[in-house]
Write a protein of this length. Sequence first.
Length: 525
Amino acid sequence: MTITRRVLLGTTLATGAMAVAPHAAAARGTQVERWGVHEIVLDGPAGGNPFDDVRLTGLFQSGERQIEVPGFYDGAGVYRIRFSPPDLGQWRWRTTSNVAALDGRTGAFDSVAPGPGNRGPVRISRDGYHFAHADGTPYRPVGTTSYSWALQSDARCAETLATLKAAPFNKIRMLVFPNVASVATDPFVRTGGGPKDWDPTRPDPDYFRRFEDRIIRLGELGIEADVILFHPYDATRGYSGMIRADDERYLRYVVARFGAYRNVWWSMANEYDIVESKTVADWDHLFQVLVAADPHDRLRSIHQLHVYYDHRKPWITHASVQHGAAPLDDGRVHPHRLFAQKAVIFDEVIYEGNSSKRWARLSGEELVERFWWGTLGGCYVGHGEVFSSEDNPDISWLGQGGALHGTSPPRLAFLRQVLEDAPIPGIDPLQQFWDYHLGGRDFTWYLKYFGREQPTEWQMRLPTRAADPHHQFRVDVLDTWNMTVTPVEGVFNMVQLDEYDVHDPARPTVALPGKPYIALRIVKV
């Protein structure tokens, strides 16, 4: 995903932006990794309002496949088209514009094999309930939220990125518009000194250029950028209260600018249901605008406070849910999959922290427990923390990023490793109507979680009918808080116990340490 100096330079030479005839084909070819970014840079008019007056697209073709990609204005008379090739081979392109200087430009480049770490964008898995990279590698989201980290000072952004490099998180939710005090506060060109003195018809390229730099840096760390497009916390400035035409212009600009980066996801809004200026019909319309504007077809969701959006709508790729109590038991989790009929991420389950607010004072144990129950229920869970000090009561990871202070991240790294070691694409709830508290894949790989219970043994019974496969299994005892793995000696030879279950009559129980937060990993031999 990284755009190297070589790729950028090669792309610039290929566009004819230097002293070549306006309609000439590329004088020099370039190579771009599959799922990387090929950028066309063109000089055009700077007068008037280029955001409204100029239309620019690029048609990319490889064999029979054609993809039309929107361009965008980057200020100072510079226009760009960014394209991420989904296939290997030669791609030829041609621009179309209502401006002669931008129209009919042509060129070509070769899409070559991806380098290390480039597994392609994340998609929904074939079964609809999990995630995978475009190359087929399973992706198990262990995300966090830091709303305005990308809008802070360069020094604080650097601190956040250093923290993320050492943290277990492979996704971060982040706002385009600020919700707390930030260095970058003006996504649109200012027209005066008042908080609402800005021009919605003129995005500020400097603001968005700075934001995309953060997206690129996340990509270099292998972290997905879950970009939140609207939110209800900016009444003073009113960015999320624009009229429909301005919303549409903003969406098209952001998609054209960021959409080629393979680590981008779209979250239409945070707590959409308390954005007072918009109805469900408005959100439906904006999703259709987003889909039409995004030839790269990035993942799409929307996040609620009180009222669930209908995640079954075709433009939703996965459900993003706020619910603090659902992940307290896998039995409360799996109905969300049933209702959404799609992959579910509980992006907000209340935060670890020391706040007086009830939504930000979980212990590390309580947050980690939610992750494990969410996992057993076949869904995914997101992290957040709010630790404030007397010196900086309004500064936290949730708002501005920086450093992490909670006890949950190392334990979430342990969970992530358990998931990534699993030989299956994702955890599904098993026999969820019968209270087995098992997740995994029938007859192959299981997780059993005990939460706060402290049993000293567990009856080794797995749901299996007589006609189903009967296997041998080995068992590991996982201490999810102390992050230890203790193999149980020997194997369990499973035979039919009754109509519904199998067991090993020679060793019917597994000894447990009598501590909370214990799990079992049960693996077919």
